[in-house]
Design a protein around this ligand. Sequence first.
Ligand code: SF4
Length: 112
Amino acid sequence: MTAPDLSWRRRGACAGDPDAMDAMFPEGVGVYVTNAYRTAAARWCHGCPVRLECLRYGVAAERTEAGRHGVWGGLSPVERANPELVATRLALLESQRARRRVVMAVGGEGGT
Ligand code: SF4
């Protein structure tokens, strides 16, 4: 089995920010600290260019690794336990990504 490609993490809004890691992966708290997770997600994840990759990775990783913890792709552990919410968020992020590709292909928002 090959190791997953995690190069996208370098482009994350939280990359290299120790405050982000402390906020998104707090020590000694349960998965239900939703306000803390929501605050972290709002501060770093909103508008993050790799949110799609991050959510995909987080959902896949928690199926194989120990437990569900932290913020991935802007969703808290409790939110990621809801398959419908995850599917809806992934579809939205994929749609946004596809739209950005089209906009770039035609030369930006003002392109013709
Ligand atoms: S979506 Fe959030 S947790 Fe994931 S890389 Fe971006 S800022 Fe970090």
